[in-house]
Design a protein around this ligand. Structure first.
Ligand code: SER
Length: 613
């Protein structure tokens, strides 16, 4: 079933059941300055979920355009995209759990009216209860009845805490318990799963969430539940791209028909294909895996840019316009890495317009404006890009450890490098950027202020807030602990720090066992309890290497390197690494270390997300 059929089937199923079909609203929320973009299907409906009367009645459905740019550095893997569409249906004080759950099941499984999914592929989760609301036995009972009626074998229903089964758009607004529907993409679990097995299958992405039915009965203010809503509402959401993936038996949405024409156009833009007309870039030196990631990034960013421009956003240095600029400039950089011709984005945008022209009238109507806006932004960036890259190299040579706020500002203001791009490029060669100092420079130049966006998109690598510094030191402890528990083949493949967590990618093939994770946590926490000093020395590179310190970007270091070691002396230190810092003074500052997640990133590379509590 192709994506167009999936759209139609979803909407006509609910239309037949009395729902008014709403067009998607603009990606830029009309009356909500607190967010830059719509990030969920329910967002434009918040006033109605809070009790206002909707002119089209109490049953609504839509396919809503959404943009999320929080996980920009994850785009290119199997599951992250900055633009997506969300299929949703709503009851405003009309039907509740029974109808909602039964319709979801019917649409998913019915051969006549729905998608004909085999019910034995389905698993569901329900809310286990807490101080705000009781265990959701009602939803579980409805599911039990459905599974029994259809002869679906085994344990299918799992109760989970609020973290999993309570939904709200943020700290304010309507919220409630939800029931989430999962699809077994592995095809391995037809007979049911124990609770533990289900958690493991979820972790391995063998079962993936395809639909979330939220029963919105409560209201939140400043993160606290303040009482019940006037109505009992239903808010469901199903990621459209995810549905397309599942219904076509694919493992990622870039392989669905949505990306067919876009990818074909990217392939056709390789400079070497048409040497007579192409302005050759340096040929791509990417590995196959890197090239696939780059291609997905270009596809994703151009797709999102087309949709943003169709909704009236233009590249600028503030708010939504700044996000658009960042996406386009990042797309240019990855198009170059991929070895595409200059000006390729114009043609790729054309393929995106073709993909969405039948669905969004404003995309079709503005085809030329969209393409020209994208091309202008590429040209504008290219005017300074090669000089900017030279300047970047010069800065890196000048100081092999970090990029100062002043230099990052020059790259931004003179060469048009969004600071996030400088941070990303610096990260690729193991350098930090002093983002706080960059922000200071920005403040000094108020004519270039990018107010809102700066606030809303804080965090990421290069953030030198106190909490990020703690995570940086914790990353060193984690790295060494992993080597002790798993072996010295463990080496850093990537690191990303935000104010909320650390993320550490490392070479290792097997999934870590619970026991291994516990031992790693224990080692790190022990080092924290021992209150070890964190020391730094500057040494000539040969001497630094002799200490046995870990280093992964050898050729990028200058004659002298800084070496951070955790312990009283360099000989006895628990951890030693070449590093630009900054770090805390003593491990006692870190608090309690906890691994939240361990997962595969690619063959031979694992990822840990961990927090300090
Ligand atoms: N609001 C819920 C979600 O985004 C259901 O639509 O998951």
């Amino acid at each position: 079933m192709n994506s167009k059929e999936i759209r139609q089937k979803y909407l006509s199923f609910f239309e037949k059941r009395g729902h008014a079909v709403l067009p998607s609203t603009s990606l830029v929320p009309e009356n909500d300055p607190s967010v830059l973009f719509n990030t969920a299907g329910m967002q434009p409906l918040v006033p109605y979920l809070l009790g206002e009367k909707h002119p089209l009645g109490t049953r609504l459905c839509s396919i809503q355009k959404c943009v999320r740019t929080i996980d920009l550095d994850d785009v290119g893997d199997n599951t992250h995209a900055t633009f997506f569409e969300m299929m949703g249906n709503w009851s405003l004080g009309d039907y509740f759990k029974k109808e909602s759950i039964n319709w979801s099941f019917e649409l998913l499984t019915s051969k006549e009216e729905g998608f004909g999914i085999d019910p034995s592929r389905l698993y569901v989760t329900c809310f286990e209860g807490d101080k705000n609301a009781p265990k959701d036995e009602e939803s579980a009972g409805i599911w039990r009845e459905i599974f029994d009626k259809h002869g679906v074998k085994g344990n299918r229903i799992f109760f989970l805490p609020a973290e999993n089964n309570w939904w709200s758009a943020g700290d304010n607004g309507p919220c409630g318990a939800d029931t989430e529907i999962f699809y077994d993409i592995s095809g391995l679990h037809t007979d049911g799963l124990s609770h533990e097995e289900y958690l493991e299958a979820d972790e391995k992405q063998e079962v993936v969430e395809i639909w979330n039915n939220v029963f919105m009965e409560f209201e939140k203010k400043d993160g606290e539940i303040i009482g019940k809503l006037a109505n009992k509402n239903v808010d469901t959401g199903a990621g459209f791209e995810r549905f397309c993936l599942v219904l076509n038996g694919k493992s990622n949405f870039y392989d669905t028909d949505i990306f067919e024409e876009i990818f074909a156009k990217i392939d056709a833009q390789h400079a070497e294909l048409n040497p007579s007309t192409a302005q050759l870039q340096s040929p791509s030196t990417l590995s196959e895996k890197e090239a696939l990631r780059a291609k997905r990034i270009v596809a994703d960013h151009v797709r999102t840019s087309v949709m943003l421009i169709s909704d009236g956003v233009t590249p600028s240095n503030t708010d939504q316009g700044y996000i658009l600029r960042r996406l386009l400039r990042r797309a240019v950089r990855f198009a170059d890495n991929l070895g595409l011709k200059k000006g390729s984005l114009f043609w790729i945008a054309d393929a995106v317009v073709n993909t969405y022209a039948d669905i969004y009238e404003n995309v079709a109507r503005q085809r030329e404006t969209i393409k020209i806006t994208i091309d202008n932004e590429e040209q504008k960036f290219r005017n300074t890009l090669s000089h900017g890259l030279k300047e970047f190299d010069r800065i890196v040579k000048k100081d092999s450890k970090s990029i100062s706020g002043k230099d990052a500002f020059v790259l931004f203001s003179t060469y048009g490098f969004p600071v996030e791009m400088t941070i990303e490029m610096a990260g690729e060669i193991g350098l930090q950027v002093d983002k706080d100092a960059f922000e200071e420079e920005m403040k000094k130049h108020q004519d270039l202020s990018r107010s809102g966006a700066g606030q809303k998109f804080k965090g990421g690598m290069g953030d030198t807030s106190d909490i990020s510094i703690k995570y940086h030191t914790a990353t060193h402890l984690l790295h060494q602990a992993l080597r002790e528990v798993l072996g010295t083949h463990v080496s850093q493949k990537g690191s990303n720090i935000t104010a909320e967590r650390l993320r550490f990618d490392f070479a290792h093939t097997a999934k870590m066992t619970d026991d291994e994770k516990e031992r790693v946590e224990e080692i790190v926490n022990k080092r924290i309890e021992e209150a070890l000093p964190v020391n730094v020395v500057e040494l000539p590179i040969e001497e630094a290497e002799k200490t046995g310190a870990l280093h992964f970007f050898g050729e990028k270091y200058g004659d002298k390197v800084t070496l951070y070691y955790i312990g009283n002396t360099i000989e006895e230190a628990f951890s030693k690494e070449f590093c630009g810092g900054p770090h805390v003074k003593n491990t006692s500052e870190l608090g309690h270390f906890k691994i939240q997640k361990e997962e595969a990133v690619s063959a031979g590379v694992r990822r840990i997300k961990a927090v300090l509590e």
